[in-house]
Design a protein around this ligand. Sequence first.
Ligand SMILES: C[S@@+](CC[C@H](N)C(=O)[O-])C[C@H]1O[C@@H](n2cnc3c(N)ncnc32)[C@H](O)[C@@H]1O
Length: 240
Amino acid sequence: MELQRPHREVVSFVRRSTRMNKSQERAWTQRERYLVDVPRDDTSTSIAPGATIDWPQVFGRTAPLVVEIGSGTGDSLVAMAAADPARDHIAFEVFRPAMASTMIKLNAAGITNVRLVEANGVSGLEELFSPGQVDELWTFFPDPWHKARHNKRRLVDTAFGALVASRLAPTGVWRIATDWADYAEHCREVLDDHPDLINEYADSGGFAPRLDARPITKYEQRGLRAGRDVFDLTYRRRHD
Ligand SMILES: C[S@@+](CC[C@H](N)C(=O)[O-])C[C@H]1O[C@@H](n2cnc3c(N)ncnc32)[C@H](O)[C@@H]1O
């Protein structure tokens, strides 16, 4: 009898071609410097339940951890990690050519406080970090998934909010940026009344000021050129 495949969870990404240009290919052959291998479950972007990574061992020191989900070509990651050498940064991405581009930039900048994981960052956050271990989480310009039938693919939802809250340190912060007003509204709807989270700017309009350290990436530029506003949001763990 044929075995039934278990129902695949809905993910916030579609895997695109892994075709790379020459410099990306070269960077990928030297990936050991930045890429952290993880045990897989059923797909190439999954993480085996129960997998662990000893981050102090990976970085060779114990430092506060910053996690980014969906780092793209690494423009925010590289600039922000370079400006923040006292913290270690772990970025999850599923688009391999973008990861290779990030490696080129990390290499050029001589950055040692960044590692990349080729995996779904939701599973990564859940499996590879213990409760309270994350000092800061970044989800910058998450894929907007506008169409109503695709809304369920959005990275930000109630369950993800609960996961983030559980992994954030007591003083930790979750920073979100988006150039899609409907995604910003969606985040406010899902997260402002979330039992585990507090909007840091609830008393001043709900949106955070633009973070100075965050550079303008190609996604942000595209949004600005198309006349869209950019929304920053900051959440912390609720303690009551
Ligand atoms: C619109 S791009 C933004 C990239 C980057 N944050 C920036 O601002 O330039 C979103 C990225 O998130 C990645 N992504 C989406 N869902 C993800 C997930 N669950 N885990 C890891 N990466 C994800 C996509 O592959 C894509 O590269």
